[in-house]
Design a protein around this ligand. Structure first.
Ligand SMILES: [Zn+2]
Length: 361
C-alpha cells in the first residue's frame, strides 16, 4: 500500500517521498491501516515507494505487488491533475472496505478498484454491493497483466474476468477496462460480443494515460460492423470444418447429440451460430443453445412462446449475480428469436408467441 499509519496514528504517504525522506522514515515503525500489523518499507530504484506486509500476513491488503501500487498511484495522479477531488486508498468504515482511489464529484461518488491479482466472483460481488449500499459507484479497472489479445479487435476474456464487464446504462455498450502501469496505457474495450465462451470481438481503444481524460473512459465506441462480419464468418467456417478435440467434453457430447438427431456440424442450417450481443449471459457457446432451440422447438412445434424457449434453455444461463456491473439487459434467447423473425424463419403471432415458417425450415 502507498500509505500507512505511524506510531502517532498519522497517515504517512510514503509514495510522495524522496530517497532522503524515506531514509529518515526507516527509523520509524509503521502499521497497516486495515489489520494494524507492522509493515516494512519497500523503496527500490524502479518502483513507487510503498509499504508491505511481512510474508506470513493474512491481511486483504497484503500481496499487492508493485505493478498494482504503480497503477493505483498513476490513476490517482491522473485524476488529481484533471482537477478532481480524489483520495488514495480511501477507507469506508461503514462497509469496512478500502478503495484504491476514491473520486468525489458534484453528484457522484466513485470507487475505483485497480485489480491485478486473482479474485473470486463472490469477492467482486461483495465489494460491489458494499459500495452500492453506501451510494458509491464502483468501477473496476483490470491490470493489463490480465489482458489476452487475440487479434487487432479481439480479446480472450476468461470466465472469471467476465464479472468485470460494465454497462452503465442500457443505451451504452458493454465495456471492460484495462490499465498497464508499465506502459502507462489504458485499454478500453467496448461493444464486445462473445463468439464462444471466451473469445470476443469488439472495439479496442488504446490510449496513453497522458492523452486521456476521465470522461473518455465512458465515451461509447462501437465495433466495426464490416470487420466483425468477416471475423464471424471466418470463425464459423473454421468451426464447421475443424474436428473437435477429444478434450472438449461439452463439444463432443453436443456433436453426439446432433448425430442422434441425424445431423452434424456441416448439415446444420446457417441460422445456427448467429452472433447475439447478450451471449455473455449464457454458459454455453452460441451453436450449442441455438441448435437446441432448433431441434427441440423449431423442428417439433408449429407454435411456441419466448417463455418456452427460455425454459428449455434454463440451465444454459449464468446466474445474474455473475454480472454485478451490468444493468438488467435484454435476454439472449429473445434476441435470437427476433433475428429469426427478421430472416423469415419464424413469424410473429404476438409479442411473445412465434409460428415456425415451414416454407423456410
Ligand atoms: Zn494489513
Amino acid at each position: 500500500m502507498l500509505q500507512a499509519v505511524n506510531q502517532k496514528g498519522e497517515l504517512v504517504p510514503i509514495w510522495k517521498m524522496n530517497r532522503d525522506e524515506i531514509k529518515q522514515k526507516r527509523k520509524q515503525q509503521f502499521f497497516c491501516p486495515a489489520c494494524k500489523e507492522p509493515l516494512m518499507i519497500k523503496a527500490g530504484l524502479k518502483n513507487t515507494p510503498h509499504f508491505a506486509h511481512y510474508s506470513k500476513s493474512n491481511c486483504a491488503l497484503s500481496g499487492e505487488g508493485s505493478y498494482h501500487e504503480n497503477g493505483k498511484k498513476d490513476i490517482y495522479l491522473w485524476l488529481s491533475d484533471q482537477g478532481y477531488q480524489v483520495q488514495l486508498e480511501h477507507y469506508f468504515p461503514d462497509i469496512k472496505q478500502r478503495a484504491d482511489v476514491f473520486l468525489e464529484m458534484k453528484k457522484k461518488r466513485i470507487a475505483i478498484e485497480y485489480q491485478c491479482a486473482a479474485i473470486t466472483i463472490q469477492e467482486i460481488c461483495r465489494r460491489t454491493e458494499g459500495y452500492r449500499s453506501i451510494g458509491v459507484i464502483p468501477i473496476w479497472i483490470l491490470g493489463a497483466n490480465k489482458l489476452q489479445r487475440k487479434g487487432t479487435q479481439s480479446l480472450r476474456i476468461p470466465s472469471n474476468d467476465q464479472t468485470f464487464l460494465h454497462q452503465f446504462y442500457p443505451s451504452l455498450p458493454l465495456s471492460i477496462f484495462y490499465y498497464c502501469s508499465n506502459t502507462k496505457r489504458f485499454i478500453i474495450y467496448q461493444d464486445l460480443i462473445f463468439l464462444s465462451k471466451t473469445n470476443t470481438f469488439g472495439a479496442i481503444h488504446i490510449s496513453s494515460l497522458s492523452s486521456l481524460l476521465w470522461q473518455d473512459l465512458f465515451q461509447p465506441r462501437y465495433r466495426n460492423k464490416a470487420l466483425f462480419r468477416k471475423y464471424w464468418q471466418q470463425h464459423k467456417q473454421k468451426w464447421r470444418n475443424k474436428p473437435s478435440s477429444p478434450y472438449q467434453r461439452q463439444e463432443n457430447e453436443w456433436r453426439q447429440w446432433l448425430y442422434l438427431h441425424q445431423l452434424n456440424v456441416q448439415t446444420l442450417p446457417s441460422f445456427i451460430y448467429l452472433p447475439i450481443t447478450t451471449q455473455f449471459q449464457l454458459k454455453t457457446p452460441p451453436w450449442i443453445w441455438q441448435s437446441r432451440l432448433y431441434i427441440d422447438l423449431i423442428l417439433k412445434k408449429e407454435y411456441f412462446t419466448t417463455d418456452q424457449a427460455i425454459h428449455l434453455l434454463r440451465d444454459h444461463y449464468h446466474s445474474s449475480d455473475c454480472f454485478p456491473l451490468v444493468l438488467p439487459t435484454n435476454d439472449p434467447v429473445g434476441e435470437y428469436l427476433r433475428i429469426l423473425v427478421r430472416i423469415g424463419i419464424l413469424k410473429d403471432v404476438s409479442e411473445t408467441k412465434y409460428q415456425v415458417n415451414r416454407t423456410t425450415v
